[in-house]
Design a protein around this ligand. Structure first.
Ligand code: NAI
Length: 390
């Protein structure tokens, strides 16, 4: 099984993600059928895709000819049966297991036996979506990041039932589309959304304990950590409704493991309707008359904050490695290409020194006596091995 540009790609759902995925497929020469149940949304998607593709040619990123061809590859429909000849369908509809299962069941009745059915879900189990199908071995997760045309990473998640050939065909196709594929075990939040949790949660924890203000913590992570955005600015940008929901879902999916516990400060922001940039207020105030904030934290304090959040991220990366969520290389690629981390977290651990990371986590654990600060067994073992081998 392998894909060529002759294969038709079906995309279900013309929201934020569906539009981006359709744009990628069309630009790579596939006849692409975008299906959306809401007519106005479909029209808006058509206009936006036309605009985006024209902009690419105006900026000289693609030729005028390729722009015309790409837009010509796009077909729009409100009827699911428009994807009947597709070789691959990528679903990007509402994040609900029942709705996704129902759409997958309908698709199975429409398409050929060879057609691969993929979901762009960010939090649901692919195995449970596949369960709805007569032939679950053709079901897979293809998790793009937002904005899909710009973000290089795609997490490929085979369900327990997925055929190896299906995973290989999707990996090859994603590579041919100029993306970076990483294979993730079908576990909650896959790779990126799992490992990145402490970026937000440890930052909020430091703030909630009164150790620093959001502006200090953001400065620590950008200036000392080298991240493009600090955690509070990023949460305000994503929107607290979205970010809080992901945290809550991950917490539940990990059987309420205390490492993933959501925070009251963020819950209250959601309750107040302070959703971040989009509502004019979140952790920061975005209104015109808002007082500019100044961080007065010392250099050492900023370093301590960054070190603490980074060591928690390293621990999460080791945990994912320990439980076989992905290979060492894929964990590194996922965090650098999926969320633009300045360095792979496993390489970062080696730079700091594995034993230093273990000692830092043990210090936190000794102080708090909370499970969230437990050091991953793999990190501790690797630290011992690296000290005996050197
Ligand atoms: P969205 O709300 O922007 O778009 C979903 C679209 O699907 C809507 O236009 C809706 O009318 C349409 N839809 C719902 N049911 C349908 C059906 N039965 N048939 C056809 N169209 C239908 O949602 P968004 O943000 O694009 O997310 C879609 C999926 O991608 C979700 O599973 C989400 O978890 C996942 N995802 C979202 C990311 C993001 O940053 N927004 C990132 C990665 C994954």
């Amino acid at each position: 099984m392998s894909f060529t540009a002759d294969h038709i790609i079906g995309v279900i759902g013309a929201g934020t993600m569906g539009r981006g995925i359709a744009q990628i497929a069309a630009l790579h020469g596939h006849r692409t059928v975008l299906v959306e149940r809401d007519e106005d949304t479909l029209l808006a998607a058509r206009e936006q895709l036309d605009h985006f593709i024209q902009r690419l040619s105006a900026k000289g990123k693609i030729s005028d000819q390729d722009a015309v061809a790409a837009f010509g590859n796009l077909h729009f429909s409100t009827d699911l049966s428009a994807v009947k000849d597709a070789g691959l369908i990528i679903e990007a509809i509402v994040e609900s297991l029942e709705v996704k299962q129902s759409v997958f069941k309908q698709l199975e009745e429409i398409v050929s036996k060879e057609c691969i059915l993929a979901s762009n879900t960010s939090s649901l189990s692919i195995t449970s979506i596949a369960r709805a199908l007569e032939a679950p071995d053709r079901c897979i997760g293809l998790h793009f990041f937002n904005p899909a045309p710009l973000m290089k990473l795609v997490e490929i998640i085979p369900a327990l039932q997925t055929a190896e050939a299906c995973t290989m065909a999707c990996t090859d196709l994603i590579t041919a589309w100029g993306k970076v594929p990483v294979v993730a075990k079908d576990t909650p939040a896959f790779i990126v959304n799992r490992i990145a949790r402490p970026f937000y949660s440890e930052a909020i924890r430091i703030y909630e304990e009164g150790m620093a203000e959001p502006i200090d913590i953001d400065r620590a992570m950008t200036q000392k950590g080298g991240f493009r955005m600090g955690p509070f600015a990023l949460m305000d940008y994503i929107g607290h409704d979205v970010n809080y929901k992901v945290t809550e879902t991950v917490f539940e999916a990990f059987f309420y493991d205390s490492r993933f516990v959501p925070s009251f400060s963020q819950k209250r922001l959601v309750e107040a309707g302070y959703l971040g940039r989009k509502s004019g207020k979140g952790f920061y105030d975005y209104r015109e008359d808002a007082e500019p904030l100044i961080s007065t934290a010392s250099d050492q304090h900023l370093q301590d904050i960054a070190d603490r959040i980074i060591v928690m991220l390293i621990n999460a990366a080791y945990d994912a490695l320990h439980y076989g969520v992905a290979s060492r290389d894929d964990i590194e690629l996922a965090m650098t290409k999926g969320v633009n981390y300045p360095k792979g977290l496993l390489a970062w651990a080696a730079d700091i020194g594995l034993q230093e990371c273990v000692d830092h986590l043990d210090e936190l654990y000794d102080f708090y006596h909370e499970d969230r600060y437990r050091c991953c067994a793999r990190l501790r073992a690797d630290a011992v091995n690296s000290s005996t081998s050197s």
